[in-house]
Write a new protein. Structure first.
Length: 363
């Protein structure tokens, strides 16, 4: 019998460099299982980005690939970069593909959760009583600030970058953050450096203006240097953190280490029309091709895609449940287990998570 009510989504995958292809394979595998079990059809199209695109086409992101991303329902990215391309002209480095994707797709809001999975609480470098029940969502402004400001450049005597925000850029990221806080515990911390930077004073003033529309959310301010310390000292005090591009880049990596491994953390980059999901970890060239990478961040990035972009909250919840229950079995990749004899390969660990997901859905 032909099913006429099947949902259809087009996803562009950008495996990229290093461990990107391996963890992208894990993401695609779980998408295929989800499709089989939930009457969903995923049209998955793979394209090159980053270093591999430089090798094939001379640039990190082609017009064709960008056009495909603009036409897709969502995009999944593995990782870009590696020492092979360290000496490439700055404007053509693999990481420039990320910046162009974010800007072209208008992905102004980057969501980076840092959640503690109980089975891994002892994997963190922090004491368990400090991090237990930590659940932070960092909202990073992604398409403005010092990473995109002009003029920028350097010569033999000096270098310069420009930090610029306009009102609409701050307003829209503030509203995303307040709305997230409304659906969580109702607390938002705005992180900036208003005691030194005029751009941060501008940021602080606008966030407080927007707060008038979200009176049910408790808003507080914190300087970025203090925030870095507080995330380590007392992470449970935070719910949603909103901050500008550069600060968010740094704070999200700090919060990542609370979980014990960068391989655990997904991220979502959201715009008004487009979305891109990627693991927080980098390309890890030392692990590339060895089938050792942790696939959890990639799998949870798919869970975020299903939740946020495709509105499949039940499926997303079951993926999180499958990951947690698999970890409760005491298994994982080397970054989690720390024991070469017991550590699983990327593919075997992915299969375990997928099998647990199937069991949850069927029971």
């Amino acid at each position: 019998m032909i099913k006429t009510d099947m949902k259809k989504f087009k996803i562009i995958t950008l495996p990229g460099d290093g461990i990107g292809p391996e963890i992208t394979s894990s993401a695609v595998n779980i998408l295929n299982v989800i499709a089989d079990l939930n009457d969903i059809e995923f049209e998955i199209i793979e394209k090159h980005v980053g270093g591999i695109s430089i090798d094939k086409y001379g640039i990190p992101l082609t017009k064709e690939t960008l056009s495909d991303c603009l036409e897709a329902d969502s995009v999944f990215l593995g990782a870009v970069g590696g020492p092979k391309w360290d000496n490439v002209e700055h404007s053509k480095k693999p990481e420039q593909a990320l910046l162009k994707l974010r800007k072209s797709l208008n992905l102004f809001s980057n969501l980076r959760p840092a959640t503690i999975f109980k089975p891994l609480i002892d994997s963190s470098s922090l004491k368990s009583d400090i991090i237990e029940n930590t659940d932070i969502m960092i909202v990073r402004e992604l398409t403005a600030g010092i990473y995109f400001g002009e003029p920028r450049g350097f010569d033999k005597d000096r270098a310069w970058n420009t930090l610029v925000y306009n009102r609409s850029e701050v307003e829209r990221i503030a509203r995303v953050s307040f709305e997230l806080a409304q659906n969580r515990t109702g607390r938002l911390v705005s992180v900036h450096k208003s005691n030194v930077l005029e751009s941060s004073q501008f940021w602080q003033d606008i966030v407080h203006e927007i707060h008038k529309d979200y009176k049910d959310v408790e808003l507080s301010d914190m300087y970025v240097d203090n925030a870095a310390m507080q995330i380590i000292q007392n992470p449970k005090q935070f719910d949603v953190i909103v901050t500008q591009n550069l600060f968010g880049d740094i704070l999200s990596d700090i919060s990542a280490m609370i979980t014990g491994s960068l391989g655990m953390l997904p991220s979502a980059s959201i715009g008004e029309k487009h979305s891109l999901y990627e693991p927080v970890h980098g390309s890890a060239p030392d692990l590339a091709g060895r089938n050792l990478a942790n696939p959890i961040a990639a799998i949870l990035s798919i869970a975020m895609m299903l939740d946020i972009t495709f509105k499949e909250k039940k499926i997303s919840s079951n993926i999180y449940k499958a990951v947690n229950e698999t970890l409760e079995d005491g298994i994982g990749t080397l970054d989690i287990i720390k024991d070469e004899k017991r550590a699983m390969s990327t593919t075997d660990f992915t299969d375990k998570i997928i099998n647990r997901y199937i069991s949850i859905v069927e029971n």
